[in-house]
Design a protein around this ligand. Structure first.
Ligand code: TYM
Length: 370
């Protein structure tokens, strides 16, 4: 009954993140590894709170870095909808990594993927969302001299030249085993992982030598990297390293925030006051009545609203702890807690939308095509 599903295209149920580590075969970010990152200058709540909690080959990557072999960062977005708050999480963390390590960033917009996977989505619409989503990425303050953004449809030549080599090493039985494809699956979907693999190897092609690559993203993308990493040595490339975060839950409780359920997701393009209203309807860990909650306290550990503070809106650990304690002790009621978060959300969206409007004029500084 408690079984949960996490794939790049479906997330269902209450996720047990420890179980997921075992299921996927990833590594836990230990205190020792977090300490090592902190000594390099990584100082971020998403690491301290282990929202970024798992990885593949991060130790290897840092060893290379310490031996003066710099790495690149790579992440992406499947443009089927507007960007929601969950998508911003890996990008915010990645932005911090770019600052700390001074790395080049590659950002892929998989408009081909969304066209292949989302019934009814036209190619034109996927392309349009690709540009809209890129604005959210740029709005976070990336440096155009060190950041490139591309869509698969518009950068096809560069990517396909790598993807086709990946494809030669991936069998149908592998993709089927990893993704559960059926006889009726269109062949574009079966090929698609090869396109998502390509940017991990693009820097090595560009530089004519192997370049280590780190991919920050949520754990839902791991299936692609399992295939990419298996193929890498067969093509003479390094395996990309990954660092994974947990998924921002939907406002309705368990399950991830998903762009396909707009009522329980907050989009960066939502009118700030309307977003606040959605949040006010969100699931909490409150009691059945105010009297009961005052007596027994709330349950922040199951509360969506608390997760929003923890994952995105309260970087200060002491202040977060205070919110936790005030809820646990029955001192703060859900209405008040939502009101405080709503004010922060409105402020955040107003500023993000201002930066997003500026980004529209700078899109060409980031986009590459061939
Ligand atoms: P997409 O568009 O589904 O998601 C974009 C990024 O957001 C992460 N994510 C979340 N993070 C936290 N909470 C959530 N609720 C949440 N939902 C999604 C995803 O893990 C991802 O990092 N095929 C990819 C696009 C892609 C990509 C990549 C992603 C191409 N290359 C390299 C990561 C790294 C996709 O459709 O992501």
């Amino acid at each position: 009954m408690n079984e949960f599903v996490v794939t790049p295209w479906e997330v269902k149920g209450e996720i047990d993140y420890q179980k997921l580590i075992k299921r996927f075969g990833t590594q836990l970010i230990t205190d020792q590894l977090a300490g090592r990152l902190e000594r390099h200058g990584v100082d971020h709540w998403m690491l301290r709170r282990r929202i970024f909690y798992s990885h593949r080959d991060l130790v290897w990557l840092l060893n290379r870095y310490d031996q003066k072999e710099p790495f690149v960062l790579y992440t992406g977005r499947g443009p089927s909808e507007n960007t929601h708050l969950g998508h911003l999480m890996p990008w915010i963390f990645l932005r911090h990594l770019q600052d700390v390590f001074g790395t080049k960033v590659y950002f892929q917009l998989t408009d081909d993927e969304k066209y292949l996977f989302k019934p009814g989505l036209t190619m034109e619409r996927a392309r349009w969302f690709a540009h809209e989503n890129a604005l959210d990425f740029i709005a976070l303050g990336f440096d155009p001299t060190k950041t490139v953004i591309f869509s698969d449809l518009d950068y096809a030549k560069s990517l396909y030249n790598i993807a086709v080599r990946v494809a030669k090493k991936v069998t149908y039985s592998t993709t089927k085993a990893v993704f559960g494809f059926a006889e009726s699956t269109n062949v574009g979907r079966i090929f698609f992982t090869c396109m998502q693999s390509a940017p991990a190897f693009l820097p090595s092609e560009e530089e004519g030598k192997n370049v280590p690559c780190l991919i920050p993203c949520a754990i839902d993308q791991d299936a692609h990297w399992r295939i990419t990493r298996d193929v890498a040595p067969l093509l003479g490339y390094y395996k990309p390293a990954t660092i994974y975060c947990k998924l921002l839950p939907s406002l309705a409780g368990p399950g991830k925030m998903s762009a396909s359920i707009p009522e329980t997701s907050i989009f960066t393009t939502d009118e700030p006051a309307a977003a606040r209203k959605k949040l006010e309807r969100g699931f909490t860990g409150g009691g059945v009545s105010i009297a009961e909650q005052k007596r027994l306290g709330g349950k922040p550990e199951v509360c969506s609203i608390y997760r929003y503070y923890q994952f995105l809106f309260e970087p200060d650990d002491k202040k977060l702890n205070k919110i936790y304690e005030e809820c646990r002790s029955g001192e703060m009621m859900c209405g008040e807690c939502k009101k405080r978060l709503g004010a922060r959300l409105e402020k955040f969206l107003t500023e993000h939308q201002r930066q997003r409007a500026r980004a529209r004029e700078r899109l060409d500084d980031f986009l590459v095509m061939d």
